[in-house]
Design a protein around this ligand. Structure first.
Ligand code: DGJ
Length: 348
């Protein structure tokens, strides 16, 4: 099926500013292979929240007209499989691993019937960009590991926290304890939680997963192994207790920019922005990069990916429709830069 997408705005410079419609690929990303763009995302049902089909892939030669290339990663019909039909697959990201010549998909996986409690990362692999991808495993990252940005003193402080002292959430002492690593130590044995996520390949070819961890309270940046099929165990915490979801990232000149959302379920909220000179931090927070009417709600969207096209960057967002997730819309806006070099997302 060939879908002509409505271009709500101009596709003028190297950067697109468009609202493609009818593409059932949400929370995903886009890669380019030779002269073709591949858009991966959640195939969502008209009703309900669970995954009944899998991860869909669309192709395009111009980023405007998209063709449905089918299911890249299908749910399993096998009872008890981690990706059994009825699980929840969210925010799939596909990257090409130069070292192995394989396409690797990472995604947020929730197990069937368990709500959002599993908080795992799924790994799948394929020889071709359209798949079918083969599901390999699902896990929680970094069991038994401390963040690289934790000092000896930080560890001592975190280990001294007693879970039973913080039964009530959202109190001041609880907030302080979260920053100090209350949930980090809680989850150390079984691995850290991973929900909303993205994957970033640095200029040296190394790959990282950035994810909402610790019950969506703290971001983690997890280093991937050279084949992108697992974690090395090296990671950092970013914005402890800051409640960031929907991480998206890009690098311009010598600065990494991370744009996230707050945590309000399917409802839009104000975007947040952080920068760092090294992926390993320190990360510094900046004001909301969105400007114009609706900027305080990210124009009704929640980021999913930042697509680089030549010198330009496109902020891709989902305008969620929780009544009919399949019909959630796509909002793409160019990232421009202020005179002092800060990214901004402007919509008049
Ligand atoms: C917000 C997340 O960003 C989405 O991916 C999804 O997990 C919803 N929350 C579920 O409420």
């Amino acid at each position: 099926m060939r879908i002509r997408l409505l271009l709500a705005m101009l596709f003028c410079t190297a950067i697109a500013s468009a609202q493609p419609e009818g593409v059932n690929a949400h929370g995903g990303n886009i890669i380019k292979v030779d002269d073709t763009w591949y858009w991966y995302g959640e195939n969502r049902p008209y009703r309900g929240f669970t995954t009944e089909v899998g991860v869909e892939v669309y192709t395009s030669k111009d980023l405007k007209s998209w063709e449905d290339a089918g299911v890249a990663l299908a749910v399993s019909e096998e009872k008890g499989s981690p990706i059994e039909r009825g699980c929840i697959m969210e925010r799939p990201k596909v990257v090409f691993c130069q070292k192995t010549g394989k396409y690797v998909m990472l995604f947020h996986l929730e197990l069937k019937g368990k709500g959002y409690e599993a908080a795992q990362v799924g790994f799948a692999v394929s020889d071709t960009p359209t798949g079918p991808f083969k599901f390999l495993r699902a896990l929680r990252p970094n069991p038994g590991k401390w963040p690289a940005n934790f000092s000896k003193k930080d560890k001592k402080k975190a280990l001294a926290l007693k879970q039973s002292d913080y039964k009530d959430w959202w109190t001041e002492p609880w907030r302080e304890a979260i920053k100090d690593g209350l949930f980090l130590v809680r989850d150390m044995e079984g691995g850290q939680m991973s929900r909303d996520m993205t994957v970033y390949i640095d200029t040296d070819g190394k790959a990282y997963q950035i994810t909402s961890s610790e019950d969506n309270l703290t971001l983690h940046m997890n280093e991937l192994t050279d084949d992108f099929l697992g974690f090395t165990g090296r990671f950092i915490r970013i914005a402890p207790g800051g409640q960031n979801e929907a991480p998206t990232i890009f690098k311009k000149d010598d600065t990494y920019w991370l744009i996230t959302s707050g945590c309000t379920g399917w409802d839009p909220n104000a975007a947040r922005m952080f920068s760092a000179k090294s992926l390993w931090g320190p990360w510094e927070q900046h004001p909301n990069p969105c400007k114009g009417p609706g900027a305080d709600k990210t124009f009704g969207g929640q980021g999913t990916y930042i697509l680089q096209t030549g010198e330009g960057f496109i902020f891709m967002a989902d305008q969620w429709n929780p009544r009919h997730l399949r019909d959630s819309k796509h909002l793409w806006l160019p990232i421009t830069f202020t005179a002092d070099g800060k990214p901004q997302i402007v919509k008049e």
